[in-house]
Design a binder for this molecule. Structure first.
Ligand SMILES: Nc1nc2c(ncn2[C@@H]2O[C@H](COP(=O)(O)OP(=O)(O)O)[C@@H](O)[C@H]2O)c(=O)[nH]1
Ligand SMILES: [Mg+2]
Length: 243
């Protein structure tokens, strides 16, 4: 609980068998998270056993995709404040306090992984990803007239339950570029949003999204197109929700 508000944590998982238990334990130790929901998205064998050794609840989402897993978690969460993080040990559990401290001021809080001082050695945030995220964030900032944005792909976020319930029907992207969609949908609905710096560490295990420069480049182009398409209100003609 945080000031009488129930806290839910969502951890989507695909390939984090070797780190998920540690990450859950890190959040458990804080003593403030009321509900931990692991969304098993056809995850690596052995993941469920690791989760069963913790207090987390596991749900299985069959539709593949980063967005699909997070959306499922949002549907399951019962807390007043809903936090999404990753079980690959790239984020610090302790950073949840930074999100909570702003939760009384605004509706949605996005993390940013591009602050040099908080990028740990070995983290997958070299110059290309850092500048790329920053550039796409600036495009969003300009087109949607937002506060300062410096990242579009950070999973670590906090949203109030009533806000996410209103946003859920607007989501059309269930794949790897769900992150920027959630941002622009929040701005379109005129929610109060801010972005805050978070620590970003070396991953345990291999990344399945931004592991190579080629994948990151393709993802970046898709994100730019998505932002432009939503700005031009063409999304309903171009995207289809999976059944
Ligand atoms: N690539 C991928 N990631 C998924 C999927 N479902 C859930 N995820 C989660 O999305 C998060 C981001 O993936 P990750 O490989 O860490 O990418 P990175 O953070 O860009 O290096 C992790 O928590 C994954 O477990 C999926 O279908 N594909
Ligand atoms: Mg990751």
């Amino acid at each position: 609980m945080f000031r009488n508000k129930k806290i839910s944590l969502i951890l989507p998982t695909f390939n984090e068998k070797d780190s998920i238990k540690k990450v859950i334990n890190d959040f458990e130790e804080l003593g403030i998270v009321d509900e931990i929901i692991v969304v098993n998205n056809n995850a690596a064998e052995g993941t469920s056993i690791e989760v069963s050794r913790t207090s987390a609840i596991e749900v299985h989402e069959k539709v593949q995709g980063y967005g699909s897993a997070i959306i499922r978690g949002y549907k399951e969460a019962t807390g007043d404040l809903i936090v999404v993080c990753e079980p690959d040990d790239t984020f610090l559990a302790n950073d949840i306090f930074k999100f909570l401290s702003y939760s009384e001021d605004v509706d949605v809080i996005f993390g940013s992984r591009t602050y040099k001082e908080l990028i740990w050695s070995g983290a997958n945030m070299g110059w290309f990803l850092r500048i790329g995220n920053w550039a796409v964030a600036k495009l969003m900032e300009m087109l949607f007239n937002t506060n300062t944005l410096t990242d579009v792909g950070c999973t670590y976020r906090l949203v109030h339950r009533d806000v996410i319930k209103e946003l859920l029907p607007t989501f059309m992207i269930y794949s790897n570029f769900f992150g920027p969609e959630m941002m622009v949908r929040s701005y379109c609905k005129k929610y109060r949003c801010i972005q805050i710096p978070v620590n970003y560490k070396e991953r345990i295990g291999k990344s399945s999204v931004t592991g190579s420069m080629k994948n990151s480049f393709i993802l970046g182009v898709k994100m730019i197109l998505l932002i432009l398409i939503i700005r031009l209100r063409m999304d309903k003609f171009i995207f289809k929700k999976p059944k």
